[in-house]
Design a protein. Structure first.
Length: 278
């Protein structure tokens, strides 16, 4: 699933490409992609509207419209947004095509159909849509001090991996970047939040911020499945910088004494070095 760096990469590109554009037509072929309202209602509210901004909340993209609604997009496991021209052939699993009056299209492709697009009002986003109204701190959009981060860390006694991936605590971090952050900070995934010293809290927060910003600089990570690409179809490059994620049985690049270990936690893989992380 695309995480904060991938979604932020797409947000920045959309901001340059679609803000100020007016929607001419909306073609929907995948009913599962538009499931919070009828396809007819979605089309009616989106056609004729102008996109005024592109925002991000955690892993969600929010595109405010000049008619008061907000177009919300969640890519989930395999969703892609691609900037096209009408003459480009439709690729398989294209579920929504937004055509602009000024020319050009925005296409939503999703082989596994877990992703979605829907329209909501700003009030609904802040109060009624639970996954958006309960999101925690965004460490890129709203950075905090390491002291405030420490207070947040103490709110829930759990292991560090669970804390980092809890969207109600910190929005946007998933499995992949949690592993990279924990390696960079030298902390094991199963350390309890209550066990960290002041120095370890500072180190963890510094690693969190640095890893996310560095990943954004490289336009995110594209893994071997090739699912994540930016709106021009270009893969990210941060996977080449990964220290532990998806590197099971490969030598640790820091200590050179141990291979990266993979364990299953809640049916998800966790990668770490048993020497470098304590």
């Amino acid at each position: 699933m695309p995480e904060l760096p991938e979604v932020e990469t797409i947000r920045r590109e959309l901001e340059r490409e679609v803000v100020g554009r007016k929607v001419k037509t909306v073609d929907i072929t995948g009913a599962r992609t538009i499931r919070r309202q009828s396809p007819e209602e979605f089309k009616e509210k989106l056609e004729g509207a102008k996109i005024t901004a592109v925002q991000r909340r955690g892993k969600y993209l929010l595109l405010p419209l000049d008619n008061g609604s907000v177009l919300i997009i969640h890519l989930r496991m395999s969703g892609q947004l691609l900037r096209n021209v009408p003459k480009d052939p439709l690729v398989k699993h294209t579920h929504v095509v937004i055509t602009f009056t000024q020319g050009g299209q925005l296409r939503f492709i999703d082989p596994r159909t877990f992703g979605e697009m829907f329209l909501a009002t700003p009030d609904e986003i802040s109060s009624e849509i639970e996954e958006l109204s309960t999101l925690g701190i965004d460490p890129v959009e709203n950075p905090m001090s390491w002291v405030d981060f420490g207070h947040l860390l103490r709110q829930k006694n759990t292991n560090l991996k669970a804390f980092l991936t809890d969207q109600s605590m910190i929005a946007g971090i998933g499995n992949m970047y949690a592993d990279e952050i924990l390696f960079e900070s030298g902390l094991r995934w199963d350390r309890e939040t209550s066990s960290l010293t002041t120095q370890e809290i500072r180190r963890l927060y510094r690693s969190l911020v640095e890893i996310l910003h560095e990943a954004i600089k490289y336009n995110g990570s594209t893994l071997s499945d090739g699912q994540y690409v930016d709106i021009f179809g270009k893969p990210g490059e941060y996977q080449n910088q990964h220290q532990v994620y998806d590197r099971e049985k490969q030598p640790c690049r820091r200590c050179r004494r141990n291979d990266i270990v993979r364990v299953k936690v809640s049916n998800r893989s966790t990668f770490f070095c048993e020497v470098c992380q304590v």
